[in-house]
Design a protein around this ligand. Structure first.
Ligand code: FCB
Length: 477
């Protein structure tokens, strides 16, 4: 970066020792196609569920859409140059399914694939390892019209799409993530409906979760067939779930939410079975008749790595009659069969999303996955925070975001010291972008984006992160 790393404001960080990460640690930043690309109707791209949803009145804050977003589609070269200035070792991006296969099945769109070829080549020419996510929530609209993720056929379509992308890009992309956060796709998309496609039916959400994982398993097999040397994984969003007290009702609430948020995905993917207590909790919602023989073997196809997105912790308690439900991921409709569990606000500092800041929860989450589920290499594929930023004299001094990254990197290091094979960390996000139902009102970027002019300004956190990467660790504070 042109400016040297600036020390954080006095008092923002407590005194801390320097920390060094293992050699070869993969320092990265992440984005997703619909959140940054724009060019929604260009070069043959067709609508996804997020185009339809964001264009439906009342679905996103102020009616914001991803039509233009960060205009990354037209700014690929300068955006990769910014990544190079940061010194990123890797960049995690997603491929827009409706850009490369507009109908969701059938022929590829050569122009769409060319965009990703250019992106990957540009990254490689700057020594930045491309990390490709196949599905970050933008299902082609024709597949939603045919039933969406609650329909089994969508999993097969995902496998075909995977083959198409692997054939086009597999010669130059080593790291692959099938799905990003299937919990959000299933339970926000089909449960509460605050995300696209905006449907609200508990049984559909559970079916969607299963078919997403089935698509993942078929996608893993398709990747192995097309590109045997690729490193293949999946990204799940995980939360430690803590009971508000030792009272049995609170402890049971935590078990239930842990089942739906974490074990619904971890157990089939890494153990080949749904947890028995979870299927019992869901008995009033579904009989799991959508699960066919062989599905769980497919879903648990061997992986090379596991990606974990971490943002916060859930603290939960037993129902209290008459208590008002809360919105977004605390909405009861996100939690089929456990709708009456209460999410407790502890009063600890929160981000602009109102998400509680809980760095030790990251250590706990990484240790849990390693100690209870797998010896596979783990990667933090997203971690970050939204804060209100102000541009002063052309600079953005985002001390809160910087402190959030610092605390979570220290938590990551603690997990490594405890024996977790954590191999990399991707900051969310490279730049401010379209934050789904919140539109452009929430800023997660290390790089500030002015959505009128498309001018990018690296924030203090970006300069700080560049220095972290350069020294492969954290300086003493
Ligand atoms: C995650 C999503 C990502 C972004 C962050 C804030 O759930 O994967 O696209 O919205 O949250």
């Amino acid at each position: 970066m042109s400016n040297p790393a600036r020390p954080p404001a006095a008092g923002a960080l407590a005194e801390r020792p320097p920390l060094t990460f293992p050699p070869g640690f993969l320092w990265g930043a992440a984005t997703a196609a619909y959140q940054i690309e724009g060019a929604a109707t260009e070069d043959g791209r067709a609508p996804s569920i997020w185009d339809t949803f964001s264009h439906t009145p009342g679905r996103t804050v102020a009616g914001h859409t991803g039509d233009v977003a960060c205009d990354h589609y037209h700014r690929l070269d300068s955006d990769v140059a910014l990544m190079a200035e940061l010194g990123l070792k890797s960049y995690r991006f997603s491929v827009s399914w409706p850009r490369v296969q507009p109908g969701g099945s059938g022929p590829a769109n050569a122009a769409g694939l060319d965009f990703y070829r250019r992106l990957v080549d540009e990254l490689l020419s700057h020594g930045i390892e491309p990390w490709l996510t196949l599905y970050h929530w933008d299902l082609p609209q024709p597949l939603e019209d045919a039933g969406g993720w609650p329909a089994r056929d969508t999993a097969a379509r995902f496998a075909d799409y995977t083959t198409l992308v692997a054939d086009a890009l597999g010669d130059r992309v080593r790291y692959w993530t099938t799905l990003n956060e299937p919990w959000c796709s299933a339970f926000l998309g089909y449960g509460s409906g605050v995300h696209a496609p905006g449907r609200s039916d508990g049984a559909d959400a559970v079916r969607a979760g299963h078919h997403l994982m089935l698509g993942h398993g078929l996608g893993v097999q398709a990747l192995r067939a097309a590109r045997p040397t690729s490193e293949v994984g999946v990204t799940v969003n995980l939360y430690p779930v803590t009971p508000a007290s030792d009272a049995p009702g609170d402890v049971d609430a935590a078990r239930r939410i842990d089942g739906l948020a974490n074990r619904f995905f971890l157990d089939p993917l890494l153990r080949g079975a749904y947890p028995a207590d979870l299927t019992a909790d869901l008995a009033g919602v579904t009989d799991f008749g959508h699960v066919r023989d062989g599905d769980l073997a497919t879903i648990s196809s061997p992986l090379d790595l596991v990606g974990i997105n971490y943002y916060s912790r859930h603290v939960v308690a037993a129902p209290v009659p008459g208590e008002q439900p809360e919105a977004y991921w605390r909405a009861p409709s996100c939690w089929p069969g456990s709708e009456d569990v209460r999410f407790v606000t502890r009063g600890v500092p929160v981000t602009d999303m109102n998400w509680e800041i809980d760095a030790p929860g990251l250590t706990e989450t990484l240790r849990r996955v390693h100690e209870e589920y797998t010896d596979l290499p783990l990667y933090v594929t997203e971690n970050g925070s939204a804060f209100v930023d102000t541009v002063v004299d052309g600079e953005v001094d985002d001390v809160d975001r910087l402190a959030y990254f610092d605390a979570h990197l220290r938590a990551s290091h603690e997990a490594i010291e405890a024996g977790v094979p954590l191999r990399g960390y991707f900051a969310w996000s490279l730049m401010d972008n379209f934050e789904w139902a919140w539109g452009y009102t929430k800023r997660f970027g290390m790089i500030h984006v002015d959505y009128d002019s498309q001018v990018r300004i690296p924030k203090s956190s970006a300069r700080w992160y560049a220095e972290v990467i350069r020294r492969n660790g954290l300086a003493a504070q």
